[in-house]
Design a protein around this ligand. Structure first.
Ligand SMILES: O=C(O)CCC(=O)C(=O)O
Ligand SMILES: [Fe+2]
Length: 409
């Protein structure tokens, strides 16, 4: 018999897959429990803050406690969130300037998009979407390429195998993507053309987006408080109902030939604010600060990997970290398996300008200490994401694909 602690550790493995190897370097991601965050547990909130400042990557345990959000939060850190939750939801066009945190809606119906935090539901949705993703990539390539929207100036839809580049030399990537826009699924924009088999799954995609976003909103509220920003500030820049580049992505990579394995997805920082990532097979690697050894992120069942993107670095004048990462062929016995991951990218509303936020003495101090992160270039979230995403496509402008990592690692 196993004791409870051993059993709980074993529950972290994916029993239907070959094990993640013991003998590869792994990254020191902190493990944070969602239900403790929703209860305002001060220790868990300090762990979150440490993870976001030091590595910019952490595990979020989504299991259990799905109704804990309804219990009364004790920490003052959560006051920010609870108060925010009672505010009206901003209109799609309200998240513009940085000093407009009194933006209130004229349209209460937008509240209909918001859901309670429910980690278990998100895990279920992710499980179902792994199956849907497989069926998308199983389509013939001639069908999939119909949904490559690059020539229309969009990063949504399909990106074929080798259609992205992983470095300045133009080396081709070794994965396929399918990107689904949050605004399309919520009806905030015109629907994009998509394979027929995705049509019946729009409600599932909607639920996954809403539940991912609800967790992102909690994380933003907690970080808002830690940064000493005016109440509700970060949330106001990331409303579910705002027009934004938020998207779901599936990443699909068949096993590479034994004698010719290389990076499948080139090193990068994420472009937006908060990434919610579901991995089953290894292959994701991060380069921890001050290190030159790439370390694997071991996938844990029941957990999402959360990482911060460049927008958070810019908003916080470099106090928060978006770390470089990449994807290689899965390690050890996993190497012969097709790897798929599922991601929700939360990004600031399209018209938000990416610069250090005002109203926090900590950020003011960060501005003085990290002048590199705070060049006052007026770029909107929409321009930044387009420029970086299309810069990594074949024929794109690689010089525009870089993020906040330059000069930092
Ligand atoms: O597939 C993964 O594990 C990570 C994917 C990723 O980093 C990305 O799509 O930005
Ligand atoms: Fe990424």
């Amino acid at each position: 018999m196993y004791d409870k602690a051993e059993q709980s550790e074993m529950d972290l493995n994916f029993s239907d897959l070959p094990p993640f190897p013991e003998d590869v370097p792994t990254a020191p991601l902190l493990r944070i429990t969602l239900s403790k965050l929703t209860q305002g547990d001060p220790k868990e909130i300090s762990k979150l803050w440490k993870a976001c400042c030091e590595l910019g990557f952490f595990y979020l345990d989504l299991r259990g406690g799905s109704d804990s959000q309804k219990s009364c939060p004790t920490s003052s850190a959560l006051d920010d969130r609870t108060e925010h939750a009672t505010q009206e939801v901003g209109r799609a066009d309200s998240a513009t300037g940085h000093d407009d945190h009194s933006a209130h809606t004229k349209d209460d119906s937008l509240k209909e998009f918001e859901v309670d935090i429910d980690g278990e539901q998100l895990l279920h949705d992710a499980e179902d979407l792994f199956r849907v993703g497989k069926s998308v990539f199983d389509l013939p390539v001639e069908e999939k390429v119909k949904y490559d929207l690059k020539d229309q100036g969009s990063y949504f839809g399909y990106k074929g195998y080798g259609q992205g580049v992983i470095d300045a030399e133009g080396t081709k990537d070794r994965n396929e993507f399918y990107n689904v826009s949050k605004d399309d699924i919520l009806g905030l924009s015109e629907p994009l053309s998509a394979p027929k088999l995705l049509h019946p799954h729009r409600d599932l995609l909607k639920s996954f987006m809403q539940h991912s976003h609800a967790i992102v909103d909690l994380l933003l509220s907690l970080l808002n408080h830690q940064l000493g920003l005016p109440h509700g500030k970060l949330s106001s820049l990331h409303r579910l109902a705002s027009v934004s580049g938020d998207q779901v992505r599936w990443v699909h990579a068949p096993p590479q030939p034994m004698d010719d394995r290389r990076t499948a997805l080139g090193q990068h920082t994420d472009f937006g604010s908060v990434t919610v990532l579901f991995n089953r097979l290894g292959g994701l690697q991060v380069l921890p600060p001050g290190s030159n050894e790439w370390c694997y992120v071991k996938p844990l069942r029941g957990h999402a990997v959360i990482n911060l993107g460049d927008a958070m670095v810019k908003f916080s004048a470099g106090i928060l970290r978006s770390n470089i990462h990449r994807v290689v062929n899965p390690p050890g016995q996993q190497a012969d398996h097709t790897r798929m991951s599922l991601v929700y990218f939360a990004r600031p509303a399209d018209d938000v300008i990416l610069k250090a936020l005002s109203g926090s003495t900590l950020i003011d101090e960060g501005r003085r200490q990290n002048p590199d992160e705070t060049e006052e270039q007026e770029i909107t979230s929409k321009e930044w994401i387009l420029r970086r995403a299309l810069g990594r496509r074949q024929g794109g402008d690689w010089t525009k694909a870089g993020g906040t990592e330059s000069g930092r690692v």
